[in-house]
Ligand binder design. Structure first.
Ligand code: ADP
Ligand code: ASP
Ligand code: MG
Length: 433
């Protein structure tokens, strides 16, 4: 029978692709897990695929078929995490400790059938629990689950974070530790804004808004899940023991800043339909057709019409561009529009903070700062706790930095990369990742 008398904590520890990119790094992860177990904790590991494996598998599939079937794609992508889970289990065993790896299915992760962006609706964690009780360190493949037909699904890019939070909930963990190549959540991506400051704690609402605005440090679904089930996340570095950032319910001790952080997202594209007759029902026709073709539109801009003719622009994820193009080409003659063009080199830069609700003037300050830095705003959208602007992709870093400074977020220290190779950093800076 399991007793928790001598156990310090029940921990889920998730390691991202960079943290398990090589045999040496897998050994480092094993060492850390073993140390945690030796300290009296019960530990479950969740792993991502090694390094850029998922991108490589995507490339491989597209070389075979430019439009691979979603079911086969998920089956293929799930193998990346299945490689790292077994290697990590072997590395733990090599240190004289018991480990057992589990695929998403074996870990009891049940999802809906939406391939490539499946949602978890149940976690049957009995096998994990049994493995813990038998003294094993269970190692779970992130990013995957099983749908009602028994087919493998994946949870969207960065989805191992969500696996970790879901497992934490399933076993009632005290904390879900998300290890990556940064030591916590910063006020902006420190690789873009080196004066970004690490936060000690951030509330679920702010983190959710930052993640949905592109802060890749935590997957949005993971934060959503954590908020719903009150799972405490500790975002921290795989390369040091330093305390990172706690993501949890807002408490009075949390910093009371108007703006918590700045996020950027280069994964969207802008489509502009030109020469649109400014008549009733045109916008409805365009956006109904886009929705019907599963295009997730984000920002929408309609220019002032001249002589009854206007332009309509919208942004959408670049993954939806092909479907957006098909749709626009189909509706163009129906609505009597002239032409359309696509701008793939854009970035959405967002200012986030629950404090914005009660603080007017954020937009004015942001627009002035961007103007002074000669950054042209191509589109704007707002929510009660977020202001987003679209800018030219080449101005992404300049926009993030100037807003970071304008809202007083700059730290005196400069973020220094210590662990990653130049190649790894370059890969991280690629569009949309
Ligand atoms: P993993 O592969 O371990 O899941 P990710 O690459 O998904 O790691 O997440 C870590 C990266 O998130 C960092 O390398 C950093 O460049 C990026 N990032 C974006 N926004 C932030 C932020 N606000 N704070 C910290 N890191 C951020
Ligand atoms: N391997 C998947 C990805 O690259 C999932 C993850 O890393 O969380 O998106
Ligand atoms: Mg990630």
């Amino acid at each position: 029978m399991r007793t928790r008398k001598s156990i310090m904590s029940l921990i889920v520890a998730k390691f991202g692709g960079t943290s398990v990119a090589s045999p040496e790094r897998i050994q480092m992860v094993a060492k850390r897990l073993v140390a945690s177990k030796q300290a009296g904790n019960e530990v479950v590991a969740v792993v991502s695929a090694m390094g850029k494996t998922t991108d490589e598998l995507l490339g491989l599939a597209r070389a075979i078929n430019p439009d691979p079937p979603a079911r086969e794609m998920d089956r293929l992508l799930s193998t990346g995490e299945q490689v790292s889970m077994t290697l990590l289990a072997m590395a733990i065993e090599a240190r004289g400790f018991k480990a057992m790896s589990f695929t998403g299915r074996q870990a009891g992760i049940e999802t809906d059938g939406m391939h490539a962006k499946a949602k978890i609706h149940e976690v049957h964690a009995e096998r994990i629990r049994e493995a813990l009780d038998a003294g094993f360190i269970p190692v779970v493949a992130g990013f995957q689950g099983i749908d009602p037909h028994g087919d493998i699904t994946t949870l969207g890019r960065g989805g191992s974070d969500t696996t970790a939070v879901a497992i934490s909930w399933g076993i009632g963990a005290d904390v879900c530790e998300i290890y990556s190549d940064v030591d916590g959540v910063y006020t902006a991506d420190p690789r873009i804004a080196p004066r970004a400051r690490k936060l000690d704690a951030i509330c679920y609402d702010d983190m959710l808004e930052l993640s949905s605005a592109g802060a890749g440090v935590l997957q949005m679904r993971a934060v959503e899940f954590a908020r719903k089930y009150q799972v405490i996340i500790h975002s921290r570095s795989a390369f040091s023991d330093a305390t990172g950032t706690y993501i949890k319910e807002a408490t009075p001790e949390m910093e009371e800043a108007v703006i918590t952080g700045i996020a950027h997202d280069t994964s969207e594209v802008k489509v502009t339909i030109r020469g649109v007759p400014d008549t009733t029902g045109v916008a409805a026709k365009v956006f109904s057709a886009l929705a019907g073709n599963m295009v997730n539109t984000d920002m929408i801009i309609q220019n002032i019409s001249e002589a009854g003719i206007t332009d309509i622009s919208f942004t959408c994820p670049s993954a939806d561009l092909k479907r957006a193009q098909e749709t626009v080409e189909r509706v163009l003659p129906e609505i009597g529009a002239r032409e359309y063009d696509i701008d793939e080199d854009i970035a959405k830069v967002s200012i986030v903070g629950t404090g914005m609700k009660s603080s007017p003037g954020v937009a004015a300050k942001a627009f002035s700062a961007l103007g002074e830095s000669q950054i042209n705003i191509l589109a704007i959208s707002t929510s009660p706790i977020r202001l987003s602007v679209v800018v030219d992709g080449a101005q992404t870093a300049a926009a993030v930095r100037c807003l970071h400074t304008a809202f007083g977020l700059d730290s005196d220290c400069i973020f220094e990369e210590t662990q990653l190779s130049a190649e790894e950093i370059a890969a991280k800076m690629q569009k949309g990742r």
